[in-house]
Every structure is written in structure tokens, then in C-alpha cells.
Design a protein around this ligand. Structure first.
Ligand code: K1U
Ligand code: ZN
Length: 181
């Protein structure tokens, strides 16, 4: 074996699946093995997210069926008050509860390039997930971070913004939101 082949190859970003590809319609599979392959996948997802200037990315978007995603909020033009956070890897997520309060906001999707959608989301959610070591974490998320979590969680259910924006709940939510003013 050549010396170079013994060294670990540097991580590379993975290509991003686009709407129309079957993987984006599938329900993700529970992660059971918290091994180096999982950490390697998370690292490559992070590289893909940064290269595409995203604030999140889900495994199906890089053609993996596993139930994990990354969120990495940062202040931006649309959400200037968004907190700056280090990327968080979220494995096997669950939404335990969600606020009745809904907020509408613009979202893009790395798998639907060049389009923006107005989407109603829960303002606050309580979530549970495993980290890369398999340890369970529970936390309350609000605002833009809660929005990213719900967007990525949708990807793990096989739902993209194209479907989400057409769901009847969006109309119901819009009406509820209008009455709250
Ligand atoms: O999962 C993805 O497709 C990534 C997506 C996450 C996301 C964006 C906006 C709201 C919720 C979740 C993106 O990052 S698309 C790029 C984008 O819309 C954006 C990028 C930086 C700041 C704000 C929006
Ligand atoms: Zn998306």
C-alpha cells in the first residue's frame, strides 16, 4: 500500500438532491449506529451546507436515508435577529410539543434552488434528539432556530417546501395568524 492511501482522505462536500429526486419523498430511517461513518457523514453534510450557504441541511438532501440533520443559524438579511450558533447535529429528532402561536416567514430550500416560500411555523417547540455520541438531548427552541428545525424535520418526513406550501394547514394557519393581529 502506498503511504498516501494509509492516510484518511479529507472530507468532501456531497452533491445536493433536487426536487423530483425520489430520496426527497422518502421517510428517513432511524440511526442505530453511532460510529465513525455517521460522524463522517455529518462532516460531509456540514461541508455541503456551508458550500451552498445554507443554515441547515438534512441527510436525504445528500442522498442518505438516515434520520439526521444539521442546523446552523446565523443573522441574515431576512432574519437579522437570528442568533449565531455553532452547527448542531440532530439525530433521530422528535417534536414533543409545539406552541399554538404560529409565525409566517420566508424560507428557501437547497433542494428547490431560486425559489422562496412564505411558510407558517410554530413559534416555539420542545424537541428531543440524539447527538453524534448517541446521547439524548432535550431543549426548547424558538424563532428562527425553531423554524430551521421544523424545515429540516419536514425533510426527514419526505416533505419539501413544495408540498408544505400546498398543505391545507398553511391556509388554516394563515387565517389563525391573521386573527391574532
Ligand atoms: O434544508 C435546507 O434546504 C436548507 C435551508 C434551511 C432553511 C432556510 C430558511 C428557513 C428555514 C430553513 C436553507 O438554508 S436555504 C437558504 C436560505 O433560505 C437562507 C440562508 C441563509 C439565511 C436565511 C435563509
Ligand atoms: Zn430544504
Amino acid at each position: 500500500m502506498f503511504k498516501d492511501e494509509m492516510l484518511q482522505a479529507p472530507s468532501q462536500p456531497l452533491p445536493i438532491a433536487l426536487v423530483g429526486e425520489a430520496i426527497l419523498k422518502e421517510h428517513a430511517i432511524e440511526v442505530r449506529d453511532f460510529d465513525t461513518a455517521l460522524s463522517q457523514l455529518a462532516e460531509q453534510m456540514a461541508l455541503s451546507m456551508v458550500a451552498a450557504k445554507g443554515v441547515g441541511i438534512a441527510a436525504p438532501q445528500v442522498h442518505s436515508p438516515l434520520a439526521l440533520f444539521i442546523m446552523a443559524s446565523r443573522p441574515n438579511e431576512r432574519y437579522p435577529d437570528a442568533p449565531l450558533m455553532d452547527p448542531v447535529v440532530v439525530v433521530n429528532p422528535q417534536i414533543l410539543s409545539a406552541s399554538a402561536e404560529l409565525v409566517s416567514g420566508e424560507e428557501g430550500c437547497l433542494s428547490v434552488p431560486g425559489q422562496r416560500f412564505s411558510i407558517w411555523r410554530h413559534q416555539t417547540i420542545v424537541v428531543r434528539y440524539q447527538d453524534l455520541a448517541g446521547q439524548w438531548q432535550q431543549t426548547e427552541l424558538t424563532g428562527f432556530i425553531a423554524r430551521i428545525f421544523q424545515h429540516e424535520f419536514d425533510h426527514l418526513q419526505g416533505i419539501t417546501l413544495l408540498e408544505r406550501s400546498q398543505m391545507p394547514e398553511q391556509t388554516v394557519m394563515a387565517q389563525a395568524g391573521n386573527h391574532q393581529a
